[in-house]
Write a protein that binds this ligand. Structure first.
Ligand SMILES: NC(=O)C1=CN([C@@H]2O[C@H](COP(=O)(O)OP(=O)(O)OC[C@H]3O[C@@H](n4cnc5c(N)ncnc54)[C@H](OP(=O)(O)O)[C@@H]3O)[C@@H](O)[C@H]2O)C=CC1
Ligand SMILES: CC(=O)N[C@@H](CCC(=O)OP(=O)(O)O)C(=O)O
Length: 345
């Protein structure tokens, strides 16, 4: 199979390169760059040189949609909304890692991303690629919107309790923290080492672009879903997201009752691991892997549940989830090409 990566020189693109070069079904990998075409990927990232070299190509949508089987877009917001319309309607399937195609309502996109939305017809034909909840639609799709990093952690943690209508929809609070690679490869004053190291900061308070993405999926699960409180923090580490979720339950469930529901739902989903009572995951448990690890407990005094969900933002939050989606799109084994063990320590 022939795959292409647009934005290959960015953090998400590099992880895609790492995964796709060892994927048994990929014969040819073409890398595209808007700023470094002509250069060799392995000359920029010497540590990624195995055999042969990949020359970065200029984008040529007409040829790409004809010659490639799958195209990954690992580009900043605002690129895919323009580019994807030129890539669809041919042979290639498209998997977009940016936020451009995730929100079904173009006005919502414009409001939260402050950018021109993608054409509505494209949004209509795009499938939200959260494999644990949308597998059948993904298998039939031609354009996939890969979920955002925070939404992946939050939604996998919320799914069983919201879809099961067990939570008071107005009570949901998501308190999320991310490593700095979530902000991409270009540093800015907020992500600069001197500012981030030994620091802990909240950002985009009540304005984060992932809020409508989470709410859109919650509404799918429960039409009574309400706006959520969703806070994001930058942690002085390279990778990892921890979403700590608080909500009130409608009924008296014990921790074990809820864990049984989570375990039973995720039993057939190899990349979600639910901890036993009293155990909570940390970000190193999933480092470099496609896992989402979940732990939870019910506070019998407050009747609130605390759910902890961790992922690697560049993996399950971006590149490896995109490869999981590719596996489903093309009928490969869901785990093909994905590391089955995290990197530790
Ligand atoms: N980092 C993360 O943890 C996550 C990121 N995402 C999303 O995935 C996408 C990629 O993120 P990430 O890899 O971190 O970002 P980076 O900033 O690290 O890389 C983005 C790449 O996109 C390319 N690019 C920039 N402008 C353009 C353009 N106008 N046209 C085509 N290509 C362009 C650049 O490569 P070149 O100059 O070579 O073209 C750049 O290397 C973003 O939309 C991000 O929000 C989603 C989930 C998690
Ligand atoms: C740490 C950090 O800055 N993370 C980024 C994640 C951006 C991202 O993944 O954006 P889209 O999913 O919308 O493309 C942020 O919070 O904006």
């Amino acid at each position: 199979m022939k795959a292409g990566i647009v934005g290959a020189t960015g953090y998400g693109g590099i992880e895609l390169f790492r995964l796709l070069t060892s994927h048994s079904q990929i014969d040819t990998l073409t890398l595209y760059s808007s700023s470094q075409a002509g250069e060799y990927f392995e000359d920029i990232y010497n540590q990624l040189h195995v055999e042969g070299k990949h020359q970065l190509k200029d984008l040529n949508p007409e040829a790409m949609k004809k010659d490639l089987d799958v195209i990954f877009l690992a580009t900043p917001a605002g690129v895919s909304s323009n580019l994807t319309p030129k890539l669809v309607g041919g042979h290639a399937k498209v998997i977009d890692l940016s936020g451009d195609l995730r929100l079904k309502d173009p006005n919502t996109y414009e409001k939260w991303y402050k950018k021109e939305p993608a054409p509505e017809s494209l949004l209509d034909q795009t499938t939200y690629g959260l494999p644990e909840w949308n597998k059948e639609a993904i298998e039939k799709a031609s354009v996939i919107a890969n979920p955002g990093c925070y939404p992946t952690a939050a939604l996998l943690g919320l799914g069983p309790v919201v879809e099961g209508q067990l939570a008071n929809p107005a009570s949901i609070v998501v308190d999320a923290k991310s490593g700095v690679s979530g902000a991409g490869k270009n540093p800015n004053p907020i992500t600069h080492f001197a500012h981030t190291q030994e620091n802990f900061q909240i950002y985009k308070v009540n304005k984060h672009q992932h809020i409508p993405e989470v709410e859109q999926q919650l509404k799918q699960w429960n039409p009574e879903a309400k706006p959520i409180t969703f806070s994001t923090h930058l942690v002085p580490m390279t990778r990892g997201i921890m979403a700590t979720i608080y909500l009130s339950l409608n009924e008296d469930f014990s921790t074990q009752d809820l864990l049984d529901r989570y375990t039973s739902y995720y039993e057939s989903h190899p990349f979600v691991r639910v901890r036993e009572e009293g155990e909570f995951p940390c970000t190193k448990d999933v480092y470099g892997s496609n896992y989402c690890d979940i732990g939870l407990t019910v506070d019998e005094r407050t009747r609130r549940v605390t759910i902890v969900s961790v992922i690697d933002n560049l993996m399950k939050g971006a590149a490896s989830q995109a490869v999981q989606n590719m596996n489903l799109l093309f009928g490969y084994e869901e785990r093909e090409g994905l590391p089955l063990l995290p990197t530790y320590p």
